[in-house]
Design a protein. Sequence first.
Length: 150
Amino acid sequence: MTQIPRSALILGLAGLIPFLFGAATLVFEPLRTWGVTTLGNRFVGPNVQLFYGVVILSFMSGVLWGFATKSTGPRAAAGYALSVLPALWAFFMTGGGPVSASLNLMFGFAGLLILDFAFWRWGLAPAWWMRLRVLLTVIVIAALSVGTVI
């Protein structure tokens, strides 16, 4: 089965909302004003993207850890070790201001896609995994890139 399950696709796409909303508030000043007034400064522009990006990279570390549990021996050990990299990357690489943090998150999500591919090739992720992860990663990186050019 290579078709993405509907629930995984819907939830994955819903998870893009903070990235897309943050990008939109950088481009459309009236939306930014509304967001700051209604939600607060933390939930607009790069603030929401960076905070949420750290959360998602950490979450994805947990997903990869779960995939590693499906293996044994040296491959399991490698899987566990690799699974913590996205969370560590987010922790150490997002403190240098909004532009450098956005760039580092973009690199983090690109690196995560490489890890996703490895776990998928090892047969630890579902057959449809890469279809979902490529779609989501491309959109996340595009949304984060808005904050690096504006």
